[in-house]
Design a protein around this ligand. Structure first.
Ligand code: PEP
Ligand code: MG
Length: 588
């Protein structure tokens, strides 16, 4: 591509998924559909009903197409969701009542259809049964599609080609939107909101899409089709890049790819430090679509399977069977001698499912999230636990409980696990009776009682993403305070050290599975602090291995000792940066 004729300007955000990309901007605005409301002339009633029927028919064709596409990709669970959406369209009540309302009120189709579906959504949301409640989400989804077709708008998530090779610019992206963009093979993602541990950022990293978040004003400064160059490592976004910028990026890309080649060449060597001490790298995944990258990275064990994937993709609480299929496929890809840690549902925070079980909250990260939700909706929790337990005959599966803040939560969760086991026993379904249960350590309260918690579980896994946000009271997704989200803060590092010490004295393993595990600056420190394993996005594994192979235990222990006695975040940052620069030039 030629350099841009327009004047270059640069925006600086938080680089959260490396890679350089150039392309045309697609400014993606997620506004609710605005509904017109107007009176119809008597002579227009029939044609209004015909317009409504045509929109319903078009929606039916789209859903049939989506369902067929999912089946062609052997994705039966998602195909079934679109089938369920088709049933909503076949419901004579919803369609018939809308037509009747158009006739009797003489108001346009959008308004009438919206009123009818709103009533049904309210009705289903108010039901006790969790699954019936979730039908509200189906109706809402279908209603949005029909309304868009009535208004002549296309679904923003569909028509993958519209996004292919484009640089997506959005105010904020949810994890499910990020997933949808991956299917469209976009070139890069830019958002006004977020920081490097928001879930959309983590997902972009694992999908290998260059991404910059926390840009604050990207949607205001970047126009549709602008020429944009993205540096996902440094967090820089050049709009209308000049010849000079393009030349300099050509050189940077060359240097980076030479280093990548060196790292890739060494990736198959044994995981031993330079003085021969073994270290352990594990992978974080969100579903079977991550397994290709997992294998390419030569990782053996899954240290964290974020099980929310299927819930977010389907935007509902899927039944046991559907979950079992999803987990089983992943478990069977891991040889039985290796382990796979499946974390139970960590919904809430920035991970939403539409529907009334998770209403909007003022402080979602401090609210009805993860284990708190599961202990309230035990049936949903048990569906998942039975699905996980059943996969334990297909491999070495372990259960990990998220967002634990008290012993009582672990005890209550273990009771639900026992109930799920009894239910399987009464169905004569086999599972691993001794399945290991671990606790995420990601809330300061858990750190403070780590010694006692260690007596209740078989292993710990430190979630540094949440631990940092809760330790420092800094919302991990809020770009206004992202400068305060500082993992170099001694409180975070000392909390990690304390947790590892507690695990060691209880003789249980302690993995680190937050983003710090895959951060070149932090990985040597975590090894020096004594973490049993570092579990990371597979894409980060080759680089972290390279670093740990080029250091000695003596050096990382010395580093950990110095850092743990340092109370100044900036001096800790300097120590870690000097250390890593002696092995690998991270900033280029
Ligand atoms: C964490 O909090 O560090 C973690 C691994 O979990 P998640 O990012 O999914 O909240
Ligand atoms: Mg977490």
């Amino acid at each position: 591509m030629e350099p841009s004729q327009k004047t270059e300007f640069c925006l600086r955000g938080i680089g959260c998924a490396p890679g350089v990309a150039r392309g045309k901007a697609f400014v993606f605005l997620q506004r609710d559909v605005e509904l017109p409301c107007y009176k119809l002339d008597d002579s227009l009633i029939d044609s209004e009903i015909a317009r409504f029927d045509a929109a319903v028919e078009k929606t039916r064709e789209q859903l049939n197409l989506l369902s067929a596409e999912m089946r062609a990709r052997a994705n039966e669970p998602e195909a079934e969701i679109f089938d369920a959406h088709l049933l909503v369209l076949d419901d004579p009540a919803v369609i018939g009542e809308t037509e009747k309302a158009i006739k009797s009120t003489r108001i346009n189709a959008e308004h009438c259809f919206n009123s009818v579906t709103a009533r049904y959504i309210e009705f289903f949301s108010g039901l006790e049964d969790a699954y019936l409640k979730e039908r509200a989400a189906d109706i809402r989804d279908v209603a949005q599609r029909v309304l868009r077709n009535l208004l002549g708008k296309t679904q923003q998530h569909e028509g993958p080609d519209r996004f292919a090779e484009r640089i997506i610019v959005a105010e904020e992206l949810t994890p499910s939107e990020t997933l949808a963009f991956e299917k469209s093979s976009v070139s890069a993602l830019l958002t006004d909101a977020g920081n490097h541990t928001s879930h959309a950022a983590i997902m972009a990293r694992s999908l290998g899409i260059p991404a910059v978040v926390g840009l604050r004003i990207a949607t205001l400064r970047i126009a549709q089709d602008d020429d944009v160059l993205v540096d996902g490592e440094k967090g820089l976004v050049y709009i209308n890049p000049s010849e000079r910028t393009l030349d300099s990026y050509a050189r940077i890309s060359l240097r980076r790819s030479r280093l990548e080649i060196r790292i890739a060449e060494e990736n198959v060597k044994p995981d031993l430090t330079a003085d021969g001490t073994p270290f352990k790298i594990e992978g974080n995944i969100s579903g079977k679509e991550d397994m290709e990258k997992f294998r390419q990275a030569h990782i053996d064990d899954v240290g964290l399977f974020r099980s929310e994937g299927i819930f977010l993709r389907t935007d509902r609480f899927p039944p046991e069977e559907m979950q079992y299929e999803e987990y089983r496929q992943v478990v069977e890809m891991i040889p039985p001698r290796n382990s796979i840690i499946i974390r139970t549902l960590d919904i809430g925070g920035d991970k939403h499912i539409s529907g009334s079980l998770l209403p909007p909250e003022d402080n979602p990260f401090m609210g009805f999230r993860a284990i708190r939700f599961c202990l309230e909706f035990k049936d949903i929790f048990k569906d998942q636990l039975r699905a996980i337990l059943r996969t334990s005959v297909n491999g070495n599966v372990k259960i990990l409980l998220p967002m634990i803040s008290s012993i009582a939560e672990v005890v209550a969760a273990k009771e639900v696990i026992e109930d799920a086991k009894s239910e399987l026993r009464s169905r004569n379904v086999p599972f691993d009776e001794d399945i290991q249960i671990g606790s995420m350590i990601e809330v300061p309260a858990a750190v403070a009682i780590a010694e006692e918690l260690a007596d209740e579980v078989d292993f710990f896994s430190i979630g540094t993403n949440d631990l940092t946000q809760y330790m420092l009271a800094v919302d991990r997704g809020n770009e206004k305070i992202s400068h305060l989200y500082d993992s170099y803060h001694p409180s975070v590092i000392r909390a990690i050290a304390r947790t590892i010490r507690a695990a060691k004295s209880a003789e249980i393993p302690c993995t680190v599975c937050g983003e710090l595990a895959g951060d070149p600056c932090f990985a040597p420190l975590l090894l020096g602090l004594g973490a049993s394993a570092l579990s990371m996005n597979p894409a980060s594994a080759p680089r972290i291995r390279y670093i740990l192979r080029h250091t000695t235990m003596q050096d990382v222990n010395k580093l950990a000792h110095a850092v743990i006695h340092d109370a100044n975040p900036r001096s800790i940052q300097e120590r870690l940066t000097i250390f890593i620069n002696s092995i690998l030039p991270v900033e280029m």
